[in-house]
Structure formats: C-alpha cells, structure tokens
Design a protein. Structure first.
Length: 347
C-alpha cells in the first residue's frame, strides 16, 4: 500500500502513546502487523508492539505464537506471548476465551504503556456480525455492526481493517511471502461464527452479499449517531433544571418514540441503573410511561434496580431499590443477578 492508504487506515491513532497489535498468526492479524510495520516506515507513529494470546486449548498454539514472534522480530516489532492460565471452561468456550483474550491484552497494554489495542476484524467479520445481530432481532445500534473504535477501561480497542475484505488480507500476506496459520475453529460447526459464515455464503447465492450488509451497517450507524445526539439533547432538556433522579416524562411523550426511548435509557443510566439494560424491558417501560402521561395518570414501575414513580403531572423520579426481602424464588434471585443487554448495544 502507498503512504496515503496506510495513513487512512492507521492515521486516526497516530497521536496515541502506544499501539498493541493483537496477532494470532492467522492471515488477518499477520496482515495487520505487516501493514502497521509498513506504516511505521512512512509516517510519524507511536511505539508499536505485538502480542499473541495462547489460550492453552490447542497443541498447535505454542508453535503459532513462535511464528508470530519470529515474524514480529523480522519486522522490528517487540512481541510477547500471553498465556491464559488456570482451568478452562467446558461450555461457551469461544465467548469465555474472547473475554480472557481481551483481559490479557488490556493488562499487557497497561504494562507497556500502550493506550490502543488493535485487532484485525475486517469487512467479512463485520458482515457476519450484522447478520448475527439481525437474526437476534437487534436494534439499530446493534445492526450498525462493530465500530472502528470503542473504549474498554482506559484503553481504546481499534479495528482499522473494517474496510478491507479477508481476501485482501490474505493477498497481502502472499505478496509479502508472509507465513500464516489457519485456526481450525474457523471451520468448526460448533462455533457460532462458523454458522454465520456458512449462512452468509448461502445468502450470497440469492444476491445478499457481504458488501451489502456492511453498507447497510454504515448507513444504520449514520442514522444511529443522529438519533443518539437527538436523545442526548432531549434528555438534557427534560432533566433541566438539573434535579438528580427527576425527568419531565411529558417532554419525552411528545417526542418521536425512538428518541424518547433512548433519552429514557440515558436517564436510567445516570440515575444508577444496573447495567447493561435490556432493550425489550426498556421498550415496555417507555410504552407504559408514555401511555400514563397521555391519560394524565400516575404510574409506578421497577427496572434495573431502580424504583420509578410517575406523578399525574408527568414528573418521573428514580430511586435505587433497597435490599430485597428474603423468601424470593430461585428464579427471581437469578433474574435479579443476571446482567442485562446494555442500551448502548441495543441488542
């Protein structure tokens, strides 16, 4: 790639303290490391590091980490293998391994002074993510797909390759004579990603291509951003003058439903709701409160650890619930302890 193309990919993070590349040894992450090394030769950049997580789940993982270490050394990039120690889960292996992987990467980033962790998620991953969330009935934010940048703790998780197809990344490796490995989980039917990949291939035969889904995600992200801004503005108007735990629900009832829903979610978050929120429950609460405002009636509800009271004038107050009384059923205890799907994901 020329300097302009590389700057378009990595430029948004050029002024960071340090960048840690998550490199597994597959073609996607190997291409990420190759491109980052090329970028470092053409533009001012922060220190660049690489790390490989060995989950201890496959015999081949150690050899793969050594391959990455050798390749990183050839590129002049410091590398570290991070080991997931302890007993491994028997169920939900991919999900728990992913959480462990991010935990190890974030911890290592702190140690080396990096404030960005870069992953090699690409356009095909994005299409699969959007399709998966579509099948789950996600809201607008979820259907926008993965963002190029998110925050986790005080570290930025960056995904600079979302504009490139997997075939592009494989070609970069081939052109550079860069060795890479294929993770067998990519073709293991037990994993959800594999199912989405197979479904996407089947849909492409009927005209729905990965590019169509990623384009849809970009358009929805644009709409989502506009709605989010409108929701913040509505929330700030309805909550002013500032009064902790109080909101003018009448102002929300007069607003478009989607914007009102998001503003209500912001109110709950700022009032100390247990996060993440579940979209379906937030929707039900919003409908209930808007209807009560329309009738001029008082209403009460509980959600996410908050006691909500709406008076006849449309003023909504939120207070944290006290400790639950003993004697609840096992199902109730389980439900109260289970995390919700956060509003910001709108899944």
């Amino acid at each position: 790639m020329d300097a302009a193309a590389l700057a378009a990919i990595f430029g948004p993070w050029a002024d960071r303290r340090g960048i840690l590349l998550a490199v597994s040894g597959g073609p996607d992450s190997m291409a990420l490391m190759l491109l980052a090394a090329q970028w470092a030769k053409t533009s001012p950049h922060p220190p660049i590091f690489a790390a490989t997580v060995d989950h201890g789940l496959r015999e081949e993982a150690r050899a793969e980490a050594k391959l990455v270490a050798a390749s990183a050394k050839n590129l002049g990039i410091p590398h570290k293998t991070l080991n997931w120690k302890g007993e491994k889960p028997a169920t939900a292996i991919q999900e728990k391994a992913r959480e462990a992987r991010y935990g190890l990467l974030l911890s290592h980033a702190h140690k080396i002074g990096a404030d960005v962790v870069m992953t090699a998620h690409h356009a095909d991953d994005q299409a699969e993510t959007i399709l998966f969330r579509l099948l789950r009935g996600s809201g607008l934010t979820g259907l926008s797909g993965m963002k190029a940048e998110t925050a986790r703790e005080d570290i930025v998780i960056a995904r600079p390759l979302l504009g490139l197809r997997k075939a592009d990344l494989v070609a970069i490796c081939h052109e550079s004579s860069q060795q890479f490995v294929d993770d067998p989980s990519n073709v293991d039917a037990h994993f959800g990603r594999t199912e989405m990949r197979a479904l996407l291939l089947a849909l492409e035969k009927h005209g729905l291509r990965a590019g169509d889904l990623t384009r849809l995600g970009k358009r929805l992200a644009r709409a989502d951003s506009a709605l989010a801004q409108a929701a913040v503005e509505l929330h700030d108007r309805a909550a002013s003058p500032p009064a902790a735990g109080k909101l003018d629900m009448g102002a929300l009832a007069a607003a478009p439903e989607e914007i009102a829903l998001r503003a209500l979610g912001l109110f709950l978050e700022t009032s100390g709701a247990q996060l993440p929120l579940k979209l379906e429950r937030l929707e039900a609460l919003s409908e209930k409160l808007r209807a009560a405002v329309g009738r001029g009636e008082a209403e009460a509800a509980t959600l996410a650890g908050l006691k909500l009271k709406l008076d006849r004038k449309g003023a909504l107050t939120a207070l944290k619930e006290g400790p639950r009384r003993r004697g609840r059923s096992g199902k109730e205890r389980m439900n109260s302890a289970s995390p919700e799907n956060r509003l910001s994901l709108l899944k």
